[in-house]
Design a binder for this molecule. Structure first.
Ligand code: COA
Length: 379
């Protein structure tokens, strides 16, 4: 039976409307992504990740005093119980960073006093705690992998700068902090993507927020979703030299390989976030005098467009940008988690309003009803 033989069935739920949402608009033409009406390009230029978190959780931009109070709460909530930091650091060295983060967030639920409270007030408080604590967990694990002790958060630094500080132990160059901040804004929200949808499905059962986020992380890990940024960097490394890029990509395409960081289910022509991150990546590359990765990336992008009419999505330029920040490649997808946290939380809170459990149907393709034959009589 072909999928087209089943009325109402769309493989991968393509074009299926699975809910109403006022949080963001992902325009198929890719001209602009908006969060509660605000263009992401403008937010990247003029705002900060913290302000975008406020916007996504509250639906409006904050007034000055509201923002000061929100920032203060985010800073206060950065620390993580020492037992949990120890647990994170002692997990097997070989564990994937996404698995470590998934375990860390699942464990955070045990320390959250409002874990089982699904009221809007509690969920807003839990969202702030989750947004604030995830970078602390991740930085502790990065340091542990290098044999270094975890560092306490720096109360005077913003979200992105504090993360880089907790990893390296020094205050970052403002351009590096801004580049990370911009990437987190780009990753913050993106409609009913696979991980957000997972979070909403779990929320629809009235399960609590930490379970929803834990499930979302599992969905994001896959290379067809958030795992693409990590894979894109491995690809750039494998190519290794701008002179080899064109031949390498053409050969992979001839083998029908998927090139990570290209294409998109919703966008048909472009992903507006990609040029923003590409420009920031180039800025860091020139500042560091390390332009090789971006030179390779430019060629890959050109060949993908001419051969397959495929454009880079947000994950492609994120890969060399994070590499130039000096972060381990395996941390690329966890950084997507850091960025997407407010989007997931906003969707969980939105799902609670007028909730109905998500329970689609499948079309049965198995055998018709038949009699059970006891084991001794089966031949
Ligand atoms: C994003 C993605 C999962 C969308 O998937 P989708 O809507 O189901 O599209 P499909 O995988 O069915 O692709 C449609 C066609 O384009 C091709 N295609 C799509 N993305 C491609 C890519 N990155 N490289 C090579 N070919 C690609 C497919 O091979 C397929 O070709 P075919 O019709 O000849 O078989 C897909 O583009 C992809 O796998 N991209 C790479 C992973 C990635 O970057 N993910 C991050 C998304 S933000």
């Amino acid at each position: 039976m072909m999928p087209s033989d089943v009325p109402g069935y769309s493989p991968g739920l393509e074009d299926v409307i699975a809910g109403l949402s006022g949080i963001s608009k992902v325009d198929p033409e890719g001209d602009e992504l908006i969060y509660y009406g605000y263009k992401v390009s403008q937010l990247c230029e003029q705002s900060s990740f913290e302000e975008v978190c406020y916007l996504l959780l509250n639906g409006t931009l904050p007034l000055k005093n509201e923002f000061t109070a929100f920032q203060k709460k985010l800073i206060e909530e950065r620390s993580v119980p020492s037992k949990l930091i120890q647990y994170i650091c002692e997990l097997p060295k070989e564990a994937h960073y996404m698995d470590v983060l998934r375990s860390g967030i699942s464990n955070l639920s045990h320390y959250d006093p409002q874990c089982e409270d699904n009221s809007k007030e509690a969920e807003l408080a839990k969202s702030i705690r989750l947004i604030a604590k995830v970078p602390t967990l991740l930085a502790a694990r990065i340091r542990a992998q290098k044999g270094a002790k975890p560092l306490a958060p720096h109360a005077k630094l913003g979200h992105a700068a504090n993360f880089l500080y907790m990893v390296n132990g020094t205050e970052p160059d403002p351009d590096f902090a801004k580049a990370l901040d911009v990437s987190l804004i780009c990753y913050a929200e993106h409609g009913f993507n696979a991980s957000t949808f997972t979070a909403r499905v779990i929320a629809s059962t009235l399960s609590e927020m930490h379970s929803c986020i834990t499930g979302a992380i599992g969905a994001l890990k896959g290379p067809l979703h958030g795992g693409a940024n990590e894979q894109a960097m491995y690809m750039l490394q494998e190519i290794g030299d701008p002179a080899k890029a064109e031949g390498w990509i053409k050969e992979k395409l001839a083998q029908k390989a998927k090139i990570m960081g290209f294409g998109h289910r919703v966008y048909k022509k472009k992903d507006a976030r990609a040029p923003i991150l590409k420009n920031w990546g180039w800025k860091l590359a020139k500042k560091l005098g390390q332009t090789k990765w971006h030179e390779i990336a430019e060629i890959v992008e050109r060949v993908m467009m001419s051969e397959k009419k495929l454009f880079p999505n947000v994950d492609f330029p994120a890969a060399p940008l994070y590499y130039l920040l000096g972060l381990p490649i395996e941390v690329d997808t966890p950084l997507f988690v850091v960025g997407r946290m407010p989007g997931w939380c906003a969707h969980i809170i939105e799902q609670r309003v007028g909730n109905r459990i998500m329970r689609p149907e499948s079309h049965y393709t198995g055998p018709q009803a038949r009699d059970y034959i006891p084991l001794i009589k089966r031949s």
